[in-house]
Design a protein around this ligand. Structure first.
Ligand code: MLT
Length: 388
């Protein structure tokens, strides 16, 4: 059997962070170890029945068995616009400012194909979801990383970026509530970012997948679409995955500046054939009727957050108390690197977490816990962590 040479863009690329963790986890499981999975941010709870029932009905309609609409069904796009209006007070035109995605990861990964030329710079606030950097590099763009640290509240210091760097940049990636640090961004941050983006003609790419997991009604995460001027410079990626426990369904949306949405749609038209329409119909039901469910889910994650933060504190492990997202960003105990700690933890206790440096260099010294098991298992996990 011949062995074929990979394209250069893949030759030196490390495996996708969570694929590598999955592999290590399965090796340990095969030894009979009881695994507690706090790695990938994949909700353990099921998609609620009202969404599953909508899928079931929609799947019976023959029209849904044919190729879907490229940009997403109008009814889905209207549901997205309706949800943005209700949740954020943001007005979006479903015809030009909303695009259906096969999950937000798909849209994020394709976006640079539409707007990044070889040699263009993409500013990326890091630690970060790995897809921003890899998809930039795939098209010959140059990622320039902006460190997020405890000292800057995990917000990029926009004033510290010199004007040459701003001038060289085609786009800037931000993500709040942030994965992995769980930080949120205040209105003033978005206002300043929009001002800079306008001044230097830079596209803002906001990954907003975690806005619905928050723990205080007074601190609801913002959409850049609700900030004046946001729609002039930004595209926002969102997902039904985390909000309605639908990671397996692959459905999300891009919204915002019409020319950015149109550019991404142009790429997608060539690359995929849209989202199964029965999934879109169910997605529209989720967005239209899911507010009570979201509130209930937030209650569950809040309880989990409190259990973990409390247990980590008792174990003497420092962590940030997050206002949003279902991640806990914790310091690794003294004497370990991030990778050493999570590897030892997995090998010796069966607890799967994510090494902070897997999201970029400033993540070194941290590990990420996903609140994706019930409170009893979380307590057990922290007990094992503290006994390591
Ligand atoms: C995460 O755990 O950071 C993400 O959910 C992983 C992914 O989307 O692939």
């Amino acid at each position: 059997m011949s062995e074929f040479q990979l394209a250069q863009r893949l030759a030196n690329l490390a495996p996708y962070l969570f694929a590598a963790i999955d592999k290590a986890k399965e090796e340990v499981r095969a030894r009979g170890v009881d695994i507690i999975s706090l790695g990938i941010g994949d909700p353990d709870l099921p998609t609620p029945d009202f969404i599953i029932n909508a899928l079931f009905e929609a799947a019976k309609r023959p029209a849904n068995h044919q190729y879907p609409s490229y940009i997403g069904m109008l009814s889905f796009r209207q549901a997205v616009a309706g949800w943005y209006k209700r949740r954020f007070g943001a007005v979006l035109d479903p015809n030009t400012e909303v695009l259906g995605l096969i999950g937000s990861k798909e849209g994020i990964a394709h976006f640079p194909l539409a707007f990044v030329n070889p040699g263009d710079v993409a500013l990326i606030a890091t630690p970060n979801y790995p897809v921003y950097g890899v998809s930039t590099e795939f098209v010959g763009g140059i990622p320039k990383y902006l460190p997020l640290t405890d000292q800057n509240d995990f917000l990029p210091d926009l004033d510290a970026i010199d004007s040459d760097t701003w001038k060289s940049a085609k786009l800037i990636y931000i993500n709040y509530p942030n994965n992995p640090t769980a930080a949120t961004a205040p209105r003033s941050f978005y206002e300043k970012l929009i001002e800079k983006a306008k001044e230097f003609n830079v596209i803002v790419v906001h990954d907003a997948a975690y806005t619905e997991i928050y723990f205080d009604e007074g601190k609801k995460p913002l959409s850049i679409m609700e900030i004046p001027g946001g729609k002039d410079v930004a595209i926002e990626f969102h997902s039904l995955s985390k909000t309605y426990n639908m990671t397996g369904w692959r459905i999300g949306m891009a919204v915002g500046n019409a020319s950015l949405v149109k550019g991404l749609a142009k790429v997608k038209e060539q690359m995929d054939s849209g989202i199964f329409q029965a999934v879109q119909e169910a997605g529209a039901v989720a967005l239209n009727d899911g507010d009570a469910f979201s509130a209930q889910l937030r209650g569950i994650y809040k309880e989990r957050r409190d259990v973990v933060v409390d247990a980590l504190k008792k174990a003497g492990i420092a962590c940030r108390v997050p206002d949003a997202s279902f991640y806990i960003w914790s310091k690794v105990p003294k004497g370990f690197t991030s990778q050493e700690f999570v590897t030892k933890l997995l090998m010796q206790t069966g607890v799967v977490t994510t090494p902070g440096n897997g999201f970029g260099a400033p993540g070194e010294g941290y590990f990420r816990i996903s609140l994706t098991v019930d409170t009893d298992r979380l307590k057990e996990a922290v007990l094992r962590i503290s006994q390591l």
